[in-house]
Design a protein around this ligand. Structure first.
Ligand code: NAP
Ligand code: ZN
Length: 360
């Protein structure tokens, strides 16, 4: 008979899990595996709340197995290292992102592109190689193979830095791969949430002109005055949209819901590139005409490999890039999720796991 989540591994663990498609999270007892020779045990201090957590707890994508403890923007302190671990020591500040294992043999893994491995083990909602389920960072501690653990820059705060582990790398990686970094070029950031607001910061660090494309008029002032965008385009204002046609070199599309690509493609110049990183629950329509007539490209990208994630963290350390966050206690998570549904976030919720998660 299969063991219960609480008894399948030797170490008791505690977190908050969703147990059905309502997506409502509640306290959950489970267990973590023994720390193996290549493993690092991490006491979790903070965990960002990604929209992918929300998609997962609601089963938007149709592959959630309940109960699930979400959270893949994990930062904390190393509490134990296996015998083969040389890169980390007890007390180190570290991070864990979206992936905790991959096959290590395929072409993707060999090229430091573990996030594209055909047999990935995600940080949560994944079968682990031993047949048990993975659980994420809305919990007290985690045990992770050293290869999937990142050194966190010394000069960055752990709470505001946590979102870099997913939001950060998910926008940094396509900007590098698709060459969206040429100083002076004009970047559009569609959707001003967790991913979008970090994309503005990378855009400015690369020397780009940045325009935010948003459906929320109340985000305009801060986009310009706090986050450093050069301009703001309200997607519900057709007159302004018309003026902006053909002005952008690149767009990074972080919108979490189904939306039209037509109007976004119209904003691109000849040879413009639109990269979608958002993962709406249903397919988007592909408007072929503007693509063909403007020799435009649409691409996709995920959360990047481990080497690149470390490079991104180091880049953020150098340029002092972190997220703008709203720190919450774990018992505020259901309200935070409701607000995320309504795009009511400035700009990432981060759970103060270390100070608010308790079994009592
Ligand atoms: P988020 O913080 O909720 O931001 C998404 C933004 O999209 C919202 O703030 C809103 O911006 C806009 N939006 C939402 N609903 C909309 C609608 N109906 N019409 C127009 N705009 C809408 O989410 P996030 O954490 O940044 O994640 C964004 C998406 O990326 C999610 O689908 C997530 O699953 C996905 N994701 C993908 C990867 C990957 O590997 N590719 C990694 C992480 C996340 P405005 O208020 O400005 O309109
Ligand atoms: Zn994420």
């Amino acid at each position: 008979m299969a063991k219960s989540p609480e008894n399948e591994h030797p170490h008791k663990s505690f977190g908050w899990a969703a147990t059905d498609t309502s997506g409502i999270l509640s306290p959950f007892h489970f267990s973590r595996r023994e720390n193996g020779p290549d493993d690092v045990a991490i006491k979790i201090l903070f965990c960002g709340v990604c929209h992918s957590d929300l998609h997962t707890v609601k089963n938007d994508w149709g592959f959630t197995t309940y109960p699930v403890v979400p959270g893949h923007e994990i930062v904390g302190i190393v509490t134990k290292t296996g015998d083969n671990v040389k890169k980390f020591k007890v007390g180190d500040r570290v991070g864990v992102g979206v992936i905790v294992e991959s096959c290590k043999e395929c072409e993707c893994c060999q090229q430091d592109l573990e996030s594209y491995c055909p047999k990935p083990v995600f940080t949560y909602n994944s079968p682990y190689y031993d047949g048990t389920r993975t659980h994420g960072g809305y919990s007290d501690f985690v045990v992770v193979h050293q290869h999937y653990v990142l050194q966190f820059p010394e000069n960055l705060p752990l709470d505001a830095g946590a979102p870099l582990l997913c939001a950060g790398i998910t926008v940094y990686s396509p900007m590098i791969y698709y060459g969206m970094t040429e100083p002076g070029k004009h970047l559009g950031v569609a959707g001003l949430g967790g991913l979008g607001h970090v994309a503005i910061k990378f855009g400015k660090a690369f020397g780009l002109k940045v325009t935010v494309i948003s459906s929320s008029p109340n985000k305009e002032f801060e986009a310009i005055n706090k986050l450093g965008a050069d301009s703001f385009l309200l997607s519900t204002d057709p007159a302004k949209f018309k003026e902006a046609i053909g002005t952008l070199d690149y767009i990074i599309d972080t919108i979490s819901a189904v939306h039209s690509l037509n109007s976004l493609l119209a904003l691109l110049k000849l040879n413009g590139k639109l990269v979608t990183v958002g993962l709406p629950s249903k397919p988007l329509e592909l408007p072929v005409f503007p693509l063909v007539m403007g020799r435009k490209l649409i691409g996709g990208s995920n959360f990047g490999g481990l080497k690149e994630t470390q490079e991104m963290l180091d880049f953020c350390g150098k340029h002092n890039i972190t997220a703008d966050i709203e720190l919450i206690k774990i018992d505020q998570i259901n309200t935070a999720m409701e607000r995320l549904v309504k795009s009511d976030v400035k700009y990432r919720f981060v759970i103060d796991v270390g100070n608010s998660l308790s079994t009592s």
